[in-house]
Design a protein around this ligand. Structure first.
Ligand code: SER
Ligand code: ZN
Length: 541
């Protein structure tokens, strides 16, 4: 059962227990699926004597702790929670539940699409599959076995390395998938049903062969995923080249479903896509449709590092993975599709995020509270989160932001962290004081910047007076000035670039662009060597 409780960032607490390994056995069925989970748990807070697990819409059969059956009378049932007495530092908790995929109409957990089974566990769907510590700061390995009727589920895949497949009697089969890279529950995935598959492979820069699969319900044509397969390969190579991020499993699956709540989902090793962001066909797909498939395939792939290997401490940090991954996706789209791809991102900022930020659902990139985290998959978390990083790129330079991201991934690999950890790593990349930069994540609303220019012909100087405030009038009194890079260039009337002299506030590049970083409500910038009255082109990019 879901509750309308409010969760506050200020009340975030590390978990009392953690799970080191998760073994799951599924006996798959559309009407009823039985799931047996074995969680190897460790207590982190010795004063806690009850292991509280999350669970929704589960029919509980049995609970064992270290092989001992726990009688029903000893279990504590609360809305959305199961309490299991556990006064020991380590234990093996074995739980059997039954779930009904067919009657699950929430598109969360394990559900039916057509005649196939599909999962969606972000943000809190895993608790509809098994009692668990369903929170992003608990990382566990996964060993997933599935027993299924081959005539009903000819194709069955879970994330990870396929360790075993065998036939059983009476038309049943068994498959087992192991993922030893620890991950949070929300990245769990499985599919089962009628699919046909486009297969390919790629060898990574460290000589590992990766099998690539795109599975589609049989009534879709496989030729419609040729473009997505090509986009996947481009993403893998691009991430190796630009961010030194190499894929880490021997298989990468993508499955398309028409019934899917998000555009796509980055489950480790088994992405699930809404078919609308996966299929492309020259007869019916527009240029922007192709760009969307390219960028979503890239986005989900890039999550393998930004999100999956380095995760979020809590859901308030959602933009840590989504803003950063959207920033990487945008860079990829501009490199592969061409610089005009940038226009689509600007459009979603201006037409989507600016409106959201001016309206009743405006919220900070790092919210202080939420009731349902599912409502926070917004333009602000994704697009504003990404554009803040693009500004950071303008401040510290592309070379340093790329190096900073790599340092962050190396330092926190296998951990769940916060935006503070990310920004602190970025601050190491520059002598610039970024402490105030955090305000971008906390202040609601779009800033309004005015630039007044005053050209003085007698000493060939240009004085720019730059002011910043909130674009919304009722936010002005509370507005806190932000650190903001302004990338600009000067043009003459006849269309040639005017290159001013270098000065203390900004260094002028060979192409005449310069970046000035403002942080006060009012900043004055004087440029010398401006030999005619210029036109200012500001906020380039
Ligand atoms: N985590 C998913 C994604 O952004 C949800 O849409 O890719
Ligand atoms: Zn994402």
């Amino acid at each position: 059962m879901s509750s309308s409780q409010t969760y506050y960032l200020s009340e975030y607490k590390r978990p009392d227990f953690t799970v080191h390994s998760t073994q799951l056995l599924f006996k798959l069925g559309l009407v009823t699926t039985v799931v047996i989970g074995e969680l190897q748990i460790e207590r982190l807070n010795d004063s806690e004597k009850i292991l509280w697990l999350d669970g929704e819409e589960l029919t509980l059969h049995t609970v064992y702790v270290d092989g001992n059956l726990i009688p029903d009378a000893s279990l504590i049932s609360r809305p959305g929670k199961l309490g299991i007495p556990c006064d020991q530092s380590r234990a093996l908790v074995k739980i059997e539940v039954a779930i009904s995929p067919e009657s699950n109409s929430s598109l969360s957990g394990l559900y039916v699409s057509g005649k196939s089974l599909c999962t969606q566990c972000e943000a809190q769907g895993f608790r509809r599959i098994m009692y668990s510590l369903d929170r992003p700061d608990v990382f566990s390995t996964y060993d997933v076995a599935l027993i299924y009727d081959i005539s009903q589920f000819p194709v069955v895949v879970a994330a990870g390395h396929c360790q075993e497949r065998k036939s059983l009697s009476h038309g049943y089969a068994y498959a087992r998938f192991v993922d030893l890279t620890p991950k949070p529950t929300y990245l769990f995935a499985l599919i089962a049903g009628y699919f046909h598959t486009l297969e390919s492979s790629l060898t990574t820069c460290d000589d590992q062969l990766v099998q690539l699969f795109i599975h589609l319900p049989v009534h879709y044509s496989l030729s419609q995923v040729d473009f997505a397969m090509d986009a996947l390969k481009k993403s893998m190579l691009w991430d190796e080249q630009v961010f030194n991020c190499v894929y880490d499993l021997d298989a990468y699956h993508i499955a398309g479903f028409p019934d899917f709540n998000f555009g796509a989902m980055e489950n480790k090793g088994l992405n699930i896509f809404n078919t609308s962001t996966l299929l492309a066909d020259p007869k019916i797909t527009t240029d922007s449709g192709y760009l969307r498939v390219l960028s979503v395939v890239g986005h989900e792939y890039f999550h393998n590092w930004t999100g999956n290997r380095v995760g979020c401490e809590n859901w308030f940090q959602l933009s840590l993975k989504e803003g950063l991954t959207t920033y990487r996706e945008m860079r990829f789209a501009c490199d592969i599709y061409g610089p005009t791809a940038r226009l689509d991102y600007i459009q979603s900022l201006v037409e989507g995020q600016f409106r959201e930020d001016a309206g009743p659902t405006a919220h900070p990139v790092i919210p202080d509270s939420y009731q349902k985290i599912e409502n926070f998959y917004t333009n602000t978390i994704y697009t504003k989160g990404s554009e803040i990083l693009r500004m950071l790129e303008d401040i510290i330079g592309r070379e340093f932001i790329d190096e900073g991201i790599q340092r962050y991934l190396k330092r926190y690999d296998g951990q769940a962290v916060s935006m503070d950890a990310f920004l602190a790593t970025m601050n190491e990349m520059t002598s610039y004081d970024l402490s105030d930069f955090f305000k971008w994540y906390k202040q609601i609303g779009t800033p309004l910047v005015r630039i007044q220019s005053d050209y003085r012909i007698h000493d060939q100087s240009l004085i720019l007076t730059i002011t910043q405030t909130a674009s919304s009038i009722d936010r002005r009194a509370r507005y806190q000035p932000l650190i903001m890079p302004i990338k600009a260039r000067l043009w003459s009337e006849d269309g040639t670039v005017i290159i001013p002299e270098n000065n203390q506030a900004c260094e002028v590049a060979d192409d005449g662009t310069w970046v000035t970083v403002v942080r006060a409500p009012k900043t004055e910038l004087v440029l010398h060597g401006v030999n005619e009255k210029p036109l200012l082109s500001a906020f380039i990019g």
